[in-house]
Ligand binder design. Structure first.
Ligand code: PGA
Length: 261
């Protein structure tokens, strides 16, 4: 596996007004030159309504890729309100976040739905940022391993092996997401343990050669102060950043740390 690190910015449903997104773009683009020459793969996931604008703005910056926070599991048809993965692909978008706990909590997404969506985006040629993580009860009851394995087992059922290199798996303990106000974020040891659980699952299912191609990220209250510990002490291939990505200077600070600067 190459050692390129990944930083995914998940805006969620923030920066909702036109001037807010324009300000964000203006401030982020102040770092355009620096961002164009990083080794890190930067994946920006704005709201669906802003995605095409982002694709246009960043089309000449080779280090930056754009994605969506959700798509429907069918590519086309009478599905009022659905967003099509094929549309994102045809506009040269690249990624879709899947399995996020907020999609499950507020939009009723089940693990089976996540699996359908993953199959759909793979068919149209998009890449997935697949979130897996335990909730607070599972953590308290020492069920993290069972929870991660269960989710991976459902999500990757019927997943074509040839597409595994298009997958980013993100370990995101639900209790550690900033809006859930974690008292103690997971330690580097806990994050690394989760990574090993995921790796072991992948090695058992696909063999070491394929498993090694899949990058594993961490998400949950990532900021400039903890990102080095996550990427270097816990050995993650990158991070999924929510709240901190809303401030361009903070996101750039995270990218710098990931670059080892
Ligand atoms: P956070 O969000 O960085 O604000 O904790 C991460 C996420 O939920 O993707």
């Amino acid at each position: 596996m190459d050692n390129q690190k990944i930083v995914v910015a998940n805006f969620k449903m923030n920066l909702v007004l036109k001037f807010e997104i324009e300000n964000w773009l203006k401030n982020f683009l102040k770092y355009k030159q620096e961002l164009s020459s990083v080794n890190t793969r930067i994946i920006l996931i704005p709201s669906a309504l802003n995605a095409l604008q982002f694709i246009e703005k960043f089309k000449n910056i080779k280090t930056i890729f754009i994605g969506l926070q959700n798509v429907f599991w069918e590519r086309k048809g009478s599905f009022t309100g659905g967003v099509s993965s094929a549309t994102l692909k045809s506009y040269s978008g690249e990624y879709v976040i899947l399995g996020h706990s907020e999609r499950k909590k507020y939009f009723g997404e089940t693990e089976e739905i996540v699996a359908l969506k993953l199959q759909n985006i793979t068919k149209v040629g998009l890449k997935g940022v697949l979130c897996v993580g335990e909730d607070i009860m599972e953590k308290k009851n020492d069920l993290t391993k069972q929870s991660l394995v269960r989710q991976l087992d459902v999500y990757l059922n019927n997943f074509p092996q040839g597409q595994l290199n298009k997958l980013l798996i993100c370990y995101e303990p639900i209790w550690a997401i900033s809006t859930n106000k974690p008292t103690n974020p997971p330690t580097a040891d806990e994050i690394m343990t989760a990574k090993l659980i995921i790796k072991k699952f992948l090695v058992e299912r696909y063999g070491i050669n394929l498993a090694e191609k899949i990058k594993i990220l961490y998400g949950g209250s990532v900021n400039q102060r903890n990102v080095e510990e996550i990427c270097f002490s816990a050995g993650m291939d990158g991070v999924l950043v929510g709240k901190a990505s809303l401030v361009p200077a903070e996101l750039v600070g995270i990218i710098r740390k990931v670059e080892g600067k």
